[in-house]
Every structure is written in C-alpha cells, then in structure tokens.
Ligand binder design. Structure first.
Ligand SMILES: Cc1cc2nc3c(=O)[nH]c(=O)nc-3n(C[C@H](O)[C@H](O)[C@H](O)COP(=O)(O)OP(=O)(O)OC[C@H]3O[C@@H](n4cnc5c(N)ncnc54)[C@H](O)[C@@H]3O)c2cc1C
Length: 356
C-alpha cells in the first residue's frame, strides 16, 4: 500500500481527508490523518473558550471514521523531506510516506518582545486556550486584563471576555491608530463605539517592549496587570519554520500551481502554513483544501489538474453573542450589528455539519 499522509486535522487537512474519502481513493492507497489531538478543535471560536462562554466539548469535532482512513495521534517533531520521514516526539521509529500534506496551522509570533512568550496567555492552540481560560477566570474581582493586538482575534477576545466577566478591567492595546486596521474605518469606528459602551478601553499607538509576571511595558512605562493575552501576530508552527524550503516574508511555504513544494512535488502544504494570496484564515484553508483534494484525485487518475483560482467570501467577527461585524460581502459593504452576528453563528453551524 502507498501512504498518503495528512499532518494536521484542522480546517485544511480535514477538508482534504473528507473530500478524498467521500470521493475517490485508489485501492492501493491508505490515507493516514495525523494530529496531536483525537478531535478537530474549532479554532475560529477559541476566543469564546478562553473567555469561558463556551465549553471545551462544544468546540471539538470527532475525526471521520472510514475504512479508507487510518488515524494516528502523536506530536510531530520534524519532517525529513529528502528521506520522506516524519519524526514524532517520544517515538524512535519515524513514519514514512509516499505523498504528504502539511496542514499543521500556526503559532504565536512574539516579535522578540522580552517576556512575551513566557508571561502571556495565548489562544493559538487548544491546549494554550484552556490555560488562558483558567488564568482569566481565576482573576480576582475587578482585576485587569491587557489584550495585545487589535486584529480580529484580539477584538473578539476583548468583547467575549466582557460578556463573560462584567467586573474585569479590559484593555486592548494596538500599535496602530485603530483596532481592525485591515478593515474599513467605518467598522473600526463601530467596534470602538461598542467598546466604549461596554467599558472596554482601547489604546492606540502602543509599543509593547516587555512583559513580566504582573506587568506590561508600553515603551518605558510599566503598567500593572493580572494577565496579558497575546494576539499580536502569528507564524507557521515550528515544524514548518524548521523546513529548509523557500518561504514568503510571513514564513509560509512558497508553492507551485498545484500547492506542492516545487522541489518536493509529493508534498502539498495547506492552510496557515501555505503562502496564499490572502491572510491566513479557516475559510482560506477550507477553500484551498478542496482544490488540493481535486488536484490529488486528478493526478491519481492520470488526468492533468486544472485548479481554479481560490475565491473567498467575506470575513465575519463577533462582539459577544449579540453583535458583530462583517466585510467583503455584497460589493464590499460593511455589515454591523445583529445580522453579521447571526451570519457568523450560521458559519459555525455549517462548519460543525461539514466536519462533524
Ligand atoms: C481566536 C481566533 C479567531 C479566528 N476567527 C476566524 C474567523 O472568524 N474566520 C476564519 O476564516 N478564520 C479565523 N481564524 C483563523 C483560523 O482559525 C485559522 O486560519 C485556521 O484554523 C487554519 O487552518 P489550518 O488547517 O491551517 O490549521 P488548524 O485549523 O490550526 O489545524 C492545525 C492542526 O494541526 C495540529 N497540529 C499542529 N501542530 C502539530 C504537531 N506538532 N503535531 C501534531 N499535530 C499538530 C493541531 O492540533 C490542529 O488540529 C481565527 C483564529 C483565531 C485564533
């Protein structure tokens, strides 16, 4: 049997696994799905797990069961592209592959800020999000939380934490002029107004220079804090950082038209690890995953693949459970209020159905 190994059962890897097993797999091919967890974590909702407004169990989706699929649980340590071997933590024997998909997602980028990695809480993995939940929910009444980074996940984190705990002092710190700088100004204004109304302090032009156990520094100014949540940058996971292949300025792997590594055409890269013409997102990982599944199937059948350009719908964000915002729908209109929040819940429902 030939081994088609998928590393990472997230939005990208799992889309490929499902599309292949529900479609066509040659009789001499075994698909192996590798993940450290025995379920998919719905990462787009990790801010709610950290805030304590949803339970761990609500964000888990069991991996598919099929006689065409073998599941392997373990922590990938490194990939040897020349010898086609995957090395695991605490396992002597590597796993070999014939074809490989790398879909291991991303981790935090701390921009070399002293103390940030050691003393911040984060929401980029299921495990770190659980720890963040404990940290935030054990803070004494009227304690203070600083959220560093005013992008989508920082904004969602701040709003959800307010919904979870009305006593906390919540401060969101961004180095730019406004939160959601990648979105139209109108949306930032709406979010700033929501923050004002819900007593979340938004600080702009902040430059975090150091984090200590109970302090955060804006340049030279030392500010007392009970917890820092870091949402100020991402990069592909360490296993991908260690690969000696061409990368883009964000550290994502540069690919050919079939999403393969050009000098290792048996290796596909999907999702946050792949250099795509958009910012990393679950939506991009899924759309790309569908294309990769088509390409792999065509090649198995001896056909020439004709990949379509990737097309994304808009982006939606939540401000607690009742309000939200969206951009990129219906001629790039900005959506604000209850409707985009309902649309976001609909997307989550669809995700649960698609993967579950
Ligand atoms: C708070 C938050 C909100 C977000 N909101 C949105 C949103 O509204 N819309 C949107 O489109 N995107 C959103 N995103 C981004 C989205 O979650 C990611 O872009 C998406 O999950 C990437 O998919 P992926 O398949 O590349 O990786 P992932 O979904 O992260 O999957 C990677 C998998 O690899 C496994 N893994 C990683 N390392 C190892 C290892 N060493 N060994 C074994 N297994 C490993 C993990 O367990 C995981 O299952 C959000 C992200 C966050 C953090």
């Amino acid at each position: 049997m030939k081994k088609f190994v998928i590393l990472g059962g997230g939005y990208g890897g799992l889309t490929i696994a499902k599309d292949l097993i529900e479609g066509f797999v040659p009789n001499d091919v075994e698909i192996v799905l590798v993940d450290r967890s025995p379920f998919q974590g719905l990462k787009t909702e990790y801010y709610a797990l950290a805030a304590g407004t949803v339970s761990d169990h609500e964000l888990r989706i069991n991996f598919p069961k099929s006689d065409k699929l073998t599941r392997k649980f373990g922590e990938v340590r490194s990939i040897d592209l020349d010898n086609k071997h995957i090395h695991f933590e605490n396992e002597g024997e590597p796993m070999s592959y014939d074809q490989l998909v790398i879909g291991l997602g991303c981790t935090d980028r701390f921009h070399n800020t002293p103390g940030a990695e050691e003393y911040s809480s984060t929401i980029q993995s299921f495990s770190s999000t659980r720890k963040t939940y404990l940290r935030l929910n054990e803070i004494q009444p009227y304690g203070t939380v600083h959220i560093v980074g005013g992008g989508l996940s920082g904004v969602e984190m701040a709003a959800e934490l307010r919904e979870s705990r009305e006593d906390l002092n919540i401060k969101i710190m961004d180095r730019g002029e406004r939160v959601l700088s990648a979105f139209p100004q109108r949306l930032s204004k709406y979010v700033h107004e929501w923050f004002k109304e819900h007593d979340v302090d938004a600080h702009s032009h902040v430059s975090i220079s150091r984090v200590e156990p109970n302090a955060i520094y804006n340049r030279e100014e030392k500010i007392y804090t009970d917890a820092v949540v870091w949402t100020a940058g991402i990069q592909p996971v360490k296993v991908v950082q260690d690969l000696q292949v061409a990368k883009d300025p964000q550290g994502r792997v540069v690919l050919n038209e079939y999403y393969q590594i050009p000098q290792y055409t048996d290796v596909y890269v999907v999702g946050d690890c792949a250099s795509l013409p958009f910012s990393p997102s679950g939506q991009a990982a899924e759309v790309q995953g569908e294309q990769v599944a088509h390409i792999v199937r065509d090649l198995w059948k001896g056909h020439t693949p004709h990949p379509h350009p990737l097309k994304l719908r808009g982006t939606l964000g939540a401000l607690g459970k009742k309000a939200g915002f969206g951009y990129g729908f219906m001629g790039n209109a900005s959506l604000m209020g209850r409707v985009p929040r309902l649309l976001k819940s609909g997307v989550l429902w669809k995700s649960r159905r698609h993967f579950g």
